[in-house]
Design a protein around this ligand. Sequence first.
Ligand SMILES: [Zn+2]
Length: 565
Amino acid sequence: MTPFPIDLPELLSLLKGGLIVSCQALPGEPLHGAHIMAAMARAAAAGGGVGIRANGPEDIAAIRQAVELPIIGLWKDELHGFSVRITPTVEHARKLAAAGADIIAIDATARPHPDGLPLPERIAAIHRDTNRPVLADIATLEEGLAAQQAGADLVAPTLSGYTEYSPACEEPDFGLIQQLASQLSLPVIAEGRIATPEQAARALALGAFAVVVGGAITRPQQITARFVGGLDFKNKGVLRRGGSETRPYNAINAQNYAIHPQAGLIGAVDIGGTKIAVGVVDEGGRVLARGECPTDAQRGLADGLRRITELLRQTTTQAGGRLRGIGIGCTGPVHPRLGTIGNVEFLPGWEGASLAGALSQALGVPAAIENDADAAALGEWAWGTGRGTKAFLLVTVGTGIGVGVIIDGKLYRGVDGAHPELGHHVIDPSGPGCFCGATGCWESMACGPALERWAQANHPQGRRLSARELCSLADQGDAHAQEAVQRTARYLGLGIANLVTLFAPQMIALGGGLLQSHHLFLPAIHVTVRRNCGLVPHAQVIIVPASLGADAGLAGAAQVWLSRA
Ligand SMILES: [Zn+2]
């Protein structure tokens, strides 16, 4: 056996952007046996795989003889009284290295470990004893950050969904992959439930360094079961899945529930003061088709409904499927249970309209509505940077300030289902009046138009510069623009510090048009939070840019439906 040269940069250059095939068959599985796993590894190499992930010294020794690809070694071992299984002790790691593993994968979750060593000491011992890099298998963002801190060389979200505190789902944990890739400097190896080439490509697009696929390639019993499941699906149709047959709207247009391979699509409608975005989103949060039109609320509700319905039909056809439901995010107060629009300054004449009911009638599927800030928060929590957090706030700063609060995976609602208007809490009673009735509320002091108004009043430029232009000028070093931006950043910081003190949340994500330039605002926000929030553990509150970007509105609207369905 020739040991693979353990040079981390060289190893990484071999793995970068590639497919690592996990060749594992545990005792009791049909393909269990070292010679079979070695054959599986040869097949993976022949197909273009760049690395192998394998279990236990026997399989690894056989695979080492069979292929020259780098091997990520792990050892699943059940030790009585402990839930960690992946390479539970340093001794396991030593034996993996001796068998020919080039990288040692370990369980780096925060759960108790049999050897009782803190993670930094465990990693240091493996480095010292094996001279191999360590891949930390983790379940949450916090564990990923801790693994990096502890000296791990690579990180993989392998255990997301497999610990009692991480969300279980069928899909890969794309949200966590993206969070790790954006917040860690270590290479992130995407692993866990990746079952299709599209999912593997998506993981790389989200910033993963390489992708591990296992059962979808190397466990024929799983592959068979998926095919059998597909046949089952076709025979029995989709009514069985959604449970939506109990909903009253279903009877209106039952033919829309005909069997179709893309039957799980969600119609998404994002209604703002100036434009309405419409799209079709799949159950993983991907926007498959989109369209938009001006809001033009003064043309009347019937006209608006007609345009939304038309766009929903077009985008559904483009996406090639059928809708199972429609989610709506709408500016201003809405009544989530009745599906109606409240008194909305931007939508004159639409007040009291049952938007959800009308779209449901028109399309023949059930529909649900939330305030747009709540919708965006639901989307960012389910599919974006907030994934898996227990107390999550999304602050959206654009033409206004919206805040959605997700506690224990549920949207926080006030009396009668009301959306609390955190964007309109008062920051400075001597500030300008706002349509909400207050003077100096947060929105009136810190949204995009507030920035524009202040810059115009204090440094007139002939015409009013847009918030985007002011941010761009600030980036270029323009002193006046920087002054205006810094003033807005201070007010944003005051409001966010208030949210930290009021909620002590696990995470606040920052989205919306103005915060696309988050680099201009985040430093002042952090300073204000540190200064103002001494009574809560503010250092543990993660304040980060939101990750869904341009898709936030449609993904959020789709999640409105999914969170009710
Ligand atoms: Zn206000």
